[in-house]
Structures are given as C-alpha cells and as structure tokens.
Design a protein. Structure first.
Length: 478
C-alpha cells in the first residue's frame, strides 16, 4: 500500500528538459580544402584515434598513459564515489529494516511502586524495526534523480580527462619529434660551420683571406652551438612532461631520438572529416558532463520544493519478547507496533524559500555554463580546421622557400670558392637555409598537433575508447 501511494504521487518541481542549443548547419572552415560535412564515420576509430598517425611509439605511450596516469586514476575514483552516492540515494526509496536482538537481566527493588518484590527477571527479545518515508512529494525520487545524473556527469568527466590525457601525450610527442628533426638540422649545420672555420683558417694562413672571415665563421659556429643546446633543453623538458603524463618517474624515462630526416618528405597529417556541428553535441564528453550536471541541478529544484511539504514516515516494530529462551519464538511471545509520523515545516525563518531560490539560481548557472561550453566547442573545432588549412598553405610556401634558399647557398658557396662573392654572403645564405629548413620541420610538427587538436575538439574516441571503469546502470540509465 505504501509503495502504491508513493508510485501514484507526483514529484514536485520541474521535469528535466534539455535547453535549446541552436547549432550551425556546417562549420565555416569545412568549406576549405578537403574538409566536408558528414556524420562521424566508424573507420575513424573512436577508441584508439592516435593510431591514425601510424606511429608505434605514440601508440605505446597512449596505452601506457591510460594505464598509469595518476590524474586518470583520481578521476576513476571520483566516478566510483558518485556511483556509490547514487546507490545510497536509491536505497532511500526502499524501507529500512533493522534487527536488534538482545538480552537483559534485571532485579526489581521491593521498595518501589508498584511493589513486585525482590525479584530478578530475564528478558529475551528479537525485534525488527521498520522505517519508511512515504515519498508523496517526490523528495526522495528527486534525490535519486539528482545523484544518478551527478554520477553520469562524473562518468563523462572521466572521459574528458582520458581524452585530454591522450591528446596531451600526442601533442607533446609531436613537439618532441619536431625538435628531434630540428636538432638533426642544427647538428648538420655545426658540421658545416666547423668545415667553414677550417677553410677560412687555411685561407688566412695562406694569405688569401682576412681575419674578419675567421671571426665571422667562429661566431656562426658558436651561435649554432647555442641553438643546439637550447633545443636539447626543450627536448628534455618535453621528455619529462611525457614521463609524468604516462605515470613514469622522469629520471627513468627516455625516448630515443629519431634519425636525421635529411631528404625525406614530411608525411601528411591524417584527414579527419569534421562532421556536422549537431553531432558535436553528442560526441564531446565535456558537453555531456555539463548537460548531466544540468539535469542534476534541475532535480535539486524538486528537492528544495519538497521541503515546503510534510514528511510522512511509516514506522513499525515487530518480533518476539519472552522471559526465557524456550518460549521466545512461540506465537504467544510476539509483539508489534505500527504507526505513521508526520513532520510539518511550520517555521524555518525563510530557510526553505531561500533554498528554493538558491536551487533555481544554481540551475540557471548550469544552463549558462552548458551553453558556453557548446560555444567554446564550436570555436575549438573552427580553430583547428582553420589551423590545418593555413598550415597546409604554409607548408607548401615553406617548401618553395627552402628550395630557393638551398639554391642560393650553393651559388654563394660556389661564388666564394671562385672569388666572386665574399664570405659574408656565404654566411647569410647558410643562415637563411638553416632558418627555412628548421621552419619546415616546425610546420610539420604543428600540422600533426593541429590534427590532434581537431580530433580532441570533435570529441576524440571517448564513447568507445579505453574505459577502465565499467558503465553502471544505476548511475547512467535515463
């Protein structure tokens, strides 16, 4: 009967409805280049998306980070806490039954009223106590609704942490590999500078060249050494960052440098269709997190509203009571009591009204944050698409600049050998060729990083990705 009353009663407060969030029909950047609108495709690998880059070392680091990163483990523990809270809230929907068996031996005084005489008595009891709140106004149900949405929000937050972790690993890895390529260029430059120092030294000793050329050559050699040391320092910092992301002690973590990519064309970043903007609302875990938090705050309005109404509890007790163990469980030894209790909120100094206003204001805050999160998401996708488009144009122009600077260097060197140009022209041509070769390696790394940023902005592989925390039907069912 109590369950029927609860089921038939209506829950006060608004039922949750997702706010309207208008989405554009297409990304403006998707009109450029090869980007085309379309629903997310299965072949993109919405789990291990990093495999699109076809780099076994990156694959290893991504898997290592998912298994050892401490921030991810902390997020997993937070999910478990939220799920436990949802189970606690669900338990409030059911009656609470306690058993308190006991034994008492007592002596009565002959000097008390009524006078039982100086007797000693035993009391054995096996009672069951029951307490159940008749959820007439939906306070308990709204509490469970809120806790369940909160748990789903924490689950989405876990996927946000995982996606961010994987993206950070990939971006730091590509920065490190771009530095490897730059370091290789600078080391080749150092060899060239040493060779030039030897040449101008020989010309000075033979009386064919001025001491100024020697000073200039040695200056360029020292500058190249400074650049190499600076790049090595940056590489060490990135290596340490990757160690922390993968949960490894930095002193024991090392990534071997890549061989000099001399003469090798930089690989193109993977093509990732951007999809329709409306699909972004379903893919991004941070948007799902904000939306589930919105549902939790909406349910809290119902909890605050229910505080204005009486709380009706049904309490009861039953069991056996006897003076000796032999007759304890006989039918005549049974005892019971049952009755309702009502708690009426007569005066609270405006507490309940203020609590309701607070809940509504919290909900409005969550609505604003949810909509802001969507705007930021659209902006991040547009930024990543634009970056990829402009970097592709940069790469083409930089390739032409490198080719021309290498030709100019060869001409300057040939002119210096034949005496048609001075050594300053050789140094300038070498410096320009070095700058352009380093720039093309930097752009190649930036294009890979931009591809990672696009994948992250689109929601990556969070739905079917590596998820060590199993889904909980109590926490996430609608």
């Amino acid at each position: 009967m109590a369950g029927a009353l609860t089921a038939a009663s209506a829950a006060v407060g608004p039922d949750y409805q997702r706010p309207e969030t208008p989405a554009p029909a297409a990304y403006k950047a998707s009109e450029w280049g090869d980007w085309k609108p379309g629903e997310p495709m299965d072949h993109l690998g919405r789990g291990p998306w990093w495999e699109l880059f076809n780099d076994p070392e990156l694959d290893r680091l991504a898997v290592l980070a998912a298994g050892s990163n401490q921030e991810l483990r902390a997020a997993m523990a937070t999910v478990e806490q939220a799920r436990a809270a949802a189970r606690i809230a669900r338990a409030d929907l059911l009656p609470a039954v306690d058993a308190q068996p006991g034994f008492r031996r007592e002596r009565f005084s002959p000097n008390q009223e009524p006078d039982f005489g100086a007797i000693t008595a035993n009391t054995f009891r096996v009672p069951l106590d029951l307490s159940y709140e008749l959820d007439l106004w939906g306070r308990v149900r709204r509490g469970f609704e809120s806790a369940r949405a909160e748990a789903a929000s924490r689950q989405a937050a876990l996927h946000t942490v995982l996606l961010t972790l994987q993206a950070d690993v990939a971006q730091n890895y590509f920065r490190l590999r771009a530095l490897d390529a730059e370091i290789a260029v600078v080391r080749r430059t150092l060899d060239l500078r040493r060779e030039q120092v030897g040449i101008v030294d020989g010309r000075l000793e033979a009386g064919l060249g001025p001491e100024l050329d020697v000073a200039r050559a040695r200056t360029e050699l020292a500058v190249a050494e400074v650049e190499r040391a600076a790049l090595e320092r940056q590489r060490g910092e990135l290596e340490n960052a990757l160690a922390i992301l993968t949960g490894q002690p930095p002193p024991a973590f090392r990534l071997a440098p890549r061989p000099d990519p001399l003469g090798e064309a930089e690989p193109e970043p993977p093509l990732v269709p951007a999809g329709l903007p409306s699909a972004l609302l379903e893919r991004r875990p941070d948007i799902a997190e904000a939306e589930r938090q919105l549902a939790a705050d909406n349910a809290r309005i119902g909890i605050a509203r229910a505080a204005f109404f009486p709380v009706v509890r049904l309490t009861g007790s039953g069991g056996f009571l006897s003076a000796d163990v032999e007759s304890l469980f006989q039918w005549e030894s049974r005892v019971w009591s049952i009755g309702p209790s009502v708690s009426l909120p007569l005066f609270a100094g405006g507490r309940h009204r203020a609590g309701l206003r607070q809940s509504k204001a919290r909900f409005e805050e969550s609505v604003a944050r949810y909509r802001q999160r969507i705007l930021v998401a659209f902006g991040e996708v547009e930024d990543a698409l634009a970056a990829l488009r402009h970097l592709a144009v940069q790469a083409d122009a930089q390739s032409e600049a490198l080719a021309q600077s290498l030709r100019a260097r060869d001409l300057a060197q040939a002119g210096f050998t034949t005496g048609l140009t001075d050594f300053l022209s050789v140094i300038d041509a070498d410096r320009e060729a070095l700058r352009n070769e380093r720039a093309i390696r930097q752009i190649a790394g930036q294009r890979r990083i931009a591809a990672v940023q696009l994948i992250k902005a689109l929601g990556g592989g969070w739905e079917n990705g590596p998820d060590k925390v199993p889904r909980d039907p109590v926490a996430v069912r609608p």
